[in-house]
Design a protein around this ligand. Sequence first.
Ligand code: PXP
Length: 252
Amino acid sequence: MASLGVNIDHIANVRQARQTVEPDPVTMALLAELGGADGITIHLREDRRHIQERDLRLLRETVRTRLNLEMAATKEMLSIALKYHPDMVTLVPERREEVTTEGGLDVVSQQSELKTIIQNLHSESIPVSLFVDPISTQLETSSHVGADWVELHTGAYAEAAFGSQKYQLSRLVEASFRSKNLGLRVNAGHGLTYQNVEAVARIDGIEELNIGHTIIARSLAVGLKEAVHEMKELIKNPRNEECFGLSKFSIA
Ligand code: PXP
């Protein structure tokens, strides 16, 4: 069963909308853990639009599961990661104008920069994941530059029209299989919801799903602890064995 990393950036979004102190992502992370989160994920952006360095510092002290820091592959962010020592760093592409992370990293065109950042993080025993689209060349290069994990971008699957969801799912299945063969560990995330998560939860080889927006949205209705619990249940017991013919693509 895949574990669940809960992305709490949107709690910080609400706080920053008023530039005040509530809601506090640090206290909400505790509720996510009580609901069954296996890890807490935050994205410290260059423009600090939601998560602040203060959140990272306090979460480093308080998170009892695992703290996954998403960040751009820059010198500034590298020094912050080395200072606070998260349990994992996930390198993501970042553009100031985007509403959220739009695509996977282009690992192929940034090989030497990524290699250097990964080596620096490894020198402090911080494992590194690269957020990539499910494309063979990106996976092969991720392995080549020394990544420990890839996080497969599930956005194309999540946004696909009904007729092409099965195809997008098969790309994720194949990418998980390919990554394993390359010696990479595999996470996945982006755009997953209570409606579309189950098929992804059934993919062999995926160890953790990183999910944010849908859980925080649901928490407005039922509370964060319950919203996390509901998502954990869907991942643990995904319905519909033949979801999009997934069993056909299964590796097991
Ligand atoms: N994984 C990565 C690398 C992300 O950038 C995000 C969004 O911050 C997520 C997972 C979670 O995406 P969502 O909020 O759509 O669940």
